[in-house]
Design a protein. Structure first.
Length: 363
């Protein structure tokens, strides 16, 4: 099957139905989903009981004066509550950040999550791309500093989706110094930072720069993508301005009530870290089978599927027929379908993936 247009592929992971139909497979075929970068432990086990007792949240409007969620995040991050804005998932945080510079100029480090460009398009920003280099997907800091002279806002993802690569903190500090010269705002999406091996959060840098916005998602770590819950961190004046632009009641009452108990669940976080430690070697095991894999600091890996998109699609189809759903890369500029992304999962699922990748390599 030849590669068809990018628009015929789902724009996000976790969407099996159109892909099964694409390859003529049954809609009810059992699948292990490696395409969505969610915690495979699933939501915290206490959540079902909590939801049963939280039905009253659904019969009232969110209270705009109730700042318990914001204060819980502030305590978790070690910042003042005035630096926190709770959002309807990471997506709302992205759109709010882009909206600050409507009609202006943006710079996006690519390949990366497509919603930065979509948000910029929504607000009429012209977009220039800065390509990560080579199969290690390194950032050319000199090129970035030159490009920032024409950008009011720079979007980058750390660790980056879909590559999994982590721009070093020292590089971020250099970019922020350049931001002070150019007046550029650096927007860093840290949706996957909780999955890094060490504490790679950039929160301490907020005290050193007024030009930094950090975006977070709670739905990846706690496997709650349907809830839509995230937040952003920044300069108090900027956060207040963004809060004034936020749609009324954009974050529902149920989500707001859930913030504090999620962040207080130290056991869930410990179990997540134990799972990650046990599965961290998956990228090296895939490389040992002869596959090229980008360096990753996240809970997913990026595998080069072949010399071109046709070969990568053949691997994608081979895995799908074995009940393994990968994430295509047709909508990531610079990857053009030649790579496949896989989330780390529990040991037995990862073993199935290794077995299938080994089978693909056999003559």
């Amino acid at each position: 099957m030849s590669v068809s247009s990018e628009s015929s592929w789902p724009g996000h992971g976790g969407r099996a139905a159109p892909l099964l139909a694409r390859y003529g497979l049954p809609a009810d075929q059992p699948l292990v989903d490696f395409s969505a970068n969610l915690n495979p432990l699933g939501p915290p086990p206490w959540l079902d009981g909590w939801l049963a007792g939280a039905a009253d949240c659904l019969s009232r409007y969110p209270d705009p004066g109730d700042d318990r969620a914001r204060r819980a995040i502030a305590e978790h991050e070690g910042v003042a509550p005035e630096r926190v804005l709770v959002t309807s998932g990471g997506a709302e945080a992205i759109y709010l950040a882009a909206g600050l510079y409507a009609g202006g100029h943006a710079l996006i480090v690519q390949p990366t999550f497509s919603e930065y460009a979509q948000a910029c398009d929504h607000y009429g920003l012209s977009v220039a791309s800065l390509a990560l280099g080579g199969e290690a997907f390194d950032l050319d800091l000199d090129a970035a500093e030159r490009a920032m002279t024409k950008a009011e806002v720079l979007f980058l993802c750390r660790p980056n989706n879909p590559t999994g690569t982590l721009i070093p903190r020292e590089a971020i500090e250099r970019l922020l110094a350049r931001c002070d010269e150019t007046g550029t705002t650096l927007v860093v999406d840290e949706a996957f930072v909780e999955f890094t091996e060490n504490d790679e959060r950039l929160t301490p840098l907020l005290a050193e720069s007024t030009n930094l916005l950090l975006l977070r998602s709670l739905t990846k770590l706690y496997a709650l993508p349907g809830l839509r819950l995230g937040y952003l961190l920044g300069e108090p004046e900027t956060v207040a301005h963004l809060a004034a632009r936020q749609l009324p009641w954009s974050v529902n009452a149920l989500a707001l009530e859930l913030v504090a108990p999620l962040l207080a669940d130290a056991d869930y976080l410990a179990r997540t870290r134990a799972w990650l430690a046990a599965q961290r070697d998956l990228p090296s095991r895939v490389r040992a089978l002869g596959h090229a894999v980008a360096p990753t600091a996240a809970n997913f890996l990026l595998l080069r599927g072949g010399h071109d998109a046709d070969e990568a699609e053949a691997l994608f189809a081979f895995l799908l027929r074995r009940g393994l759903l990968a994430r295509h890369t047709h909508n990531f500029p610079g990857l053009d379908g030649r790579w496949l992304r896989f989330a780390l999962r529990q040991g037995p699922d990862n073993a199935r993936l290794l077995e299938a990748l080994a089978a693909w390599r056999r003559p």
